[in-house]
Design a protein around this ligand. Structure first.
Ligand SMILES: Cc1ncc(COP(=O)(O)O)c(C=O)c1O
Length: 450
C-alpha cells in the first residue's frame, strides 16, 4: 500500500460510497474468516491513510476522526516529525534490546518523562510496550518498594487486559468474562462519580475520599497497601472526572501512610486534557505515573516514571522485556514530544474543550437523552439516559454512534453501562471539522426522535 497520509491530507469530510464501501465490505469478509472474533471493531471501514483530523478509507471516504485510535494519535496520524524520526531510526537499526546493548533514544525518552511529569524531585523511568505492561510494572515497583501486596483500585477503572490488569479493571463484559481466575490482593473502592453521587456532585469528592480512606483502614489495613492506583480522569469507564478534592485527599493519605500513589495517565497524558498531565489539574503530584498511548504518535511505547528511590527499588534485572523501549518507538516519542511543544498542542487541547463543552451543553439543552456533559480539554463525553431519569440508555449511545459513522464521523462509546459517547479528537483537529462533526452529532440526536 503506497497511500500517503499525514497533515497534508485534505482536511474534509467526504463520503463517496455508503459506509462501509465495497472494498471495506470485501476486507470485512476476509477479516471474519482470518481474525479471531474476540478482536472486535468499532467502525466497519478499513483505513488506507490518515492525518490531521481525518482518516481515509480504502473506498476513498474521508472521515472526521473523533477517536484518535483511542487517544493515541494526539499529534495527528503520520505526523511529520514522527515520520522523519522513525524513517531515520529504521534505516540505522531497528532493535538491539536495551537490556543487551543500549542506545541513546531510550535514555532520552526517560529524560523527557522525568522532566515533564509533575514533581520537582529526582525521578527515573522504565519503558515498556503497552499501557497494560506499564501498569503491571508500576505495581511490581510499588510492591518491591513497600514490601506490601495490596493494590487499591476504583469502580469504573480500566487498566488493561493482561491478567493483573484485568483484575485491576472494573468492568466484566467484555474485558474479564470467562478469563479468570484473576490476580489476588486487588481491592476495589467506590469512585467519586459526581453525576451519580447519591448526595449530589458538590459533596462527591470529600464524601468519596472519606469512604475510600475508611475502607482502606478498616477493610484492607493501611500497612498492607502497596499502592493506590487511579486514572485522574477515567477513560473506558466513561470519562468520569472525579469530584473536586478526591484525588488530593487520596494522594495525601498515601503520603501520610507510606503508600505509593500511582496515576494511570495512559489515556489522559501528553496534553490530552489541556495539561501535559491531568494530575496537575488539582496540583496532585503522583509518586509514579504510567504513560502510553499519546507518547509516541502511534508507535507502541509505554513508561513508568516516578520518584527515583521508588523506581530503583526492584533489584537489577527485575524490570525489562525484549522490546520495551524499542529504538523506533523511542525515536517516534522524541518526535511526538517535540511536535506537542512546537505546535502548542496542550493549548490546542484546551481550545478544543472550550469549543466542545459549551456545544455539547447546548445539545444537552435540546436533547434530554443527554444526562451529563463532562471532561476536560480534548477528552470530553456525554452520558445518555432515559429522559427525566438517570437510567442508562446504551441503545441511544449505539444509535447515535451508528448515525455518526454512516455520516462520516468516527465516534467511540464507553462507560460501565455502555451509555457514554466519548470524543477524543486529535489535538491538531481543524476547527471547521470540529464544528462539522458537532453538527452531525446534533442531527444524530435529533434522529432518535421523542
Ligand atoms: C487508563 C488506561 N490504562 C491502561 C490502558 C491499557 O493500555 P494498552 O491497551 O496499551 O495495554 C488503557 C487503554 O485504554 C487505559 O486507557
Amino acid at each position: 500500500m503506497t497511500a500517503r497520509g499525514g497533515p497534508g491530507l485534505p482536511q474534509e469530510r467526504r463520503l463517496v460510497t455508503a459506509i462501509p464501501g465495497p472494498r471495506s465490505v470485501e476486507l470485512l469478509t476476509r477479516r471474519t474468516d482470518a481474525v479471531a472474533r474476540g478482536v472486535s471493531i468499532a467502525f466497519p471501514v478499513f483505513i488506507e491513510a490518515a492525518g490531521g483530523g481525518v482518516v481515509v478509507d480504502v473506498d476513498g471516504n474521508s472521515l472526521i476522526d473523533f477517536g484518535s485510535g483511542i487517544a493515541v494519535v494526539s499529534i495527528g496520524n503520520a505526523a511529520d516529525q514522527v515520520v522523519a524520526a522513525v524513517s531515520e531510526q529504521v534505516a540505522a537499526f531497528t532493535h538491539t534490546c536495551f537490556m543487551v546493548t543500549p542506545y541513546e533514544g531510550y535514555v532520552a525518552v526517560c529524560e523527557q518523562l522525568n522532566s515533564r511529569t509533575p514533581g520537582e524531585f529526582a525521578k527515573k523511568s522504565a519503558l515498556f510496550n503497552s499501557g497494560a505492561e506499564a501498569v503491571e510494572n508500576s505495581v511490581k515497583i510499588a510492591r518491591a518498594f513497600t514490601g506490601r501486596a495490596a493494590v487499591v483500585v476504583f469502580d469504573h477503572a480500566y487498566h488493561g487486559r493482561t491478567n493483573l490488569t484485568m483484575a485491576l479493571t472494573a468492568k466484566n463484559m467484555p474485558y474479564k468474562q470467562s478469563f479468570g481466575p484473576f490476580a489476588p490482593e486487588v481491592y476495589r473502592l467506590p469512585m467519586a462519580y459526581p453525576y451519580r453521587w447519591p448526595t449530589g456532585p458538590e459533596n462527591c469528592g470529600s464524601e468519596a475520599a472519606a469512604a475510600a480512606i475508611s475502607a482502606m483502614k478498616t477493610q484492607i489495613g493501611v500497612d498492607n497497601i502497596a499502592a493506590v492506583l487511579i486514572e485522574p480522569i477515567q477513560g473506558e469507564g466513561g470519562f468520569i472526572v472525579p469530584g473536586k478534592g478526591f484525588l488530593p485527599a487520596l494522594s495525601q493519605f498515601c503520603t501520610d501512610n507510606g503508600i505509593v500513589f500511582i496515576a494511570d495517565e495512559i489515556q489522559t497524558g501528553f496534553g490530552r486534557t489541556g495539561a501535559m498531565f491531568a494530575s496537575s489539574d488539582e496540583g496532585v503530584v503522583p509518586d509514579l505515573i504510567t504513560t502510553a498511548k499519546g507518547i509516541a504518535g502511534g508507535l507502541p511505547l509505554a513508561g513508568v516514571t516516578g520518584r527515583a528511590e521508588i523506581m530503583d527499588a526492584p533489584h537489577v534485572g527485575g524490570l525489562g522485556g525484549t522490546y520495551g523501549g524499542n529504538p523506533v518507538a523511542c525515536a517516534a516519542a522524541l518526535g511526538a514530544i517535540e511536535t506537542i511543544e512546537q505546535q502548542d498542542l496542550v493549548g490546542a487541547a484546551r481550545r478544543i474543550g472550550e469549543i466542545m463543552l459549551p456545544a455539547l451543553r447546548d445539545l444537552q439543552s435540546r436533547h434530554p437523552v443527554i444526562g451529563d456533559v463532562r471532561g476536560r480539554g480534548a477528552m470530553v463525553a456525554v452520558e445518555l439516559v432515559k429522559p427525566g431519569t438517570k437510567d442508562a440508555d446504551p441503545a441511544a449511545a449505539s444509535a447515535v454512534a451508528a448515525f455518526c459513522h454512516r455520516e462520516g464521523v468516527l465516534v467511540l462509546t464507553a462507560g460501565t453501562y455502555g451509555n457514554v459517547l466519548r470524543f477524543l479528537p486529535p489535538l491538531v483537529m481543524p476547527e471547521h471539522l470540529l464544528e462539522e462533526a458537532l453538527t452531525v452529532l446534533d442531527k444524530a440526536f435529533a434522529s432518535l426522535g421523542g
